[in-house]
Design a protein around this ligand. Structure first.
Ligand SMILES: [Zn+2]
Length: 255
């Protein structure tokens, strides 16, 4: 079974009820994806929708029999409101992680506003996933600066630097033990080099599925397979490592 560590929920995927995951999960089923980290979409682009979007993501994940693992987002420039929303999400709503898209949300990764978020994430025992690979707000090195300031926080490079900053991602992954990398964006040769040079035990894979209606799972799985990693490396990245990152993912049945 594969774990997709980078997907998004958008209500356009719902058939019937606005939080029905059937069609969305149908795409994952086609590719043998058992579980997925589910990030918001609408709340990232429109901060007036953040609370409603968090509610929807929580509801759709609740309807997925544990297959969809919810990550929330908040709008950091209104700090008190953001931290209150974070407490609601990590408490009663049961979110298992936090997501930021720093250049869309206009907060640099290493801004002091991120300190309260990191402290809450550590207290709740959940990771924070960042869009990365895009200057000026979300470079891997900026996530490295935050990782140095908060060594107990688990921070995920949501794209391993994309196409242009994957070498910087390798440096950050090597230097900071609390940083993970999601292979979602670099080309196959870059993925091969990341797997060779960065700590394998902190790598995972993701598709970015959920934006629009294209089957990004198919596309990004093909790219990952084209990197031609060894079978045991693929197993660690696609399943064993995500299970350590998200503890509610069950042990795969022995086949
Ligand atoms: Zn994404």
């Amino acid at each position: 079974m594969i774990v997709d560590c980078h997907t998004h929920w958008h209500p356009d995927w719902a058939k019937g009820a606005p939080t029905d995951p059937t069609a969305w999960l149908g795409v994952l089923d086609r590719h043998g994806i058992g579980h997925a980290i589910v990030l918001p979409t609408r709340g990232l682009f429109d901060d007036t929708l953040i609370e409603a979007d968090n509610n929807e993501v929580a509801a759709v994940c609740r309807a997925s029999s544990g297959r969809m693992i919810p990550f929330c987002t908040v709008r950091l420039w209104q700090e008190a409101r953001a931290l209150a929303e974070l407490d609601r999400c990590l408490g009663p709503l049961g979110f298992q992680g936090i997501k930021f898209h720093p250049w869309v949300q206009a907060v640099p990764v290493n801004h002091v506003l991120m300190d309260g978020v990191c402290e809450r994430a550590v207290a709740a025992g959940v990771p924070i996933l960042f869009h990365d690979g895009t200057p000026p707000c979300s470079l891997p090195s900026q996530i490295g600066l935050l990782a140095r300031r908060h060594p107990r926080a688990t921070l995920i490079l949501g794209h391993c630097g994309l196409l242009e900053y994957w070498e910087e991602a390798i440096e950050v992954l090597r230097r900071f033990e609390n940083v993970w990398g999601c292979l979602c964006g670099p080309h196959p040769a870059a993925m091969r080099e990341i797997a060779r040079a960065a700590p394998l035990e902190r790598l995972c894979w993701g598709s970015d599925f959920g934006f629009g209606n294209t089957d990004l799972v198919d596309y990004r799985l093909r790219l990952f397979r084209a990197a031609e990693l060894r079978d045991n490396e693929q197993a660690r990245i696609l399943y064993e490592n995500p299970r350590r990152l998200i503890r509610t993912i069950p042990q795969a049945p022995v086949s």
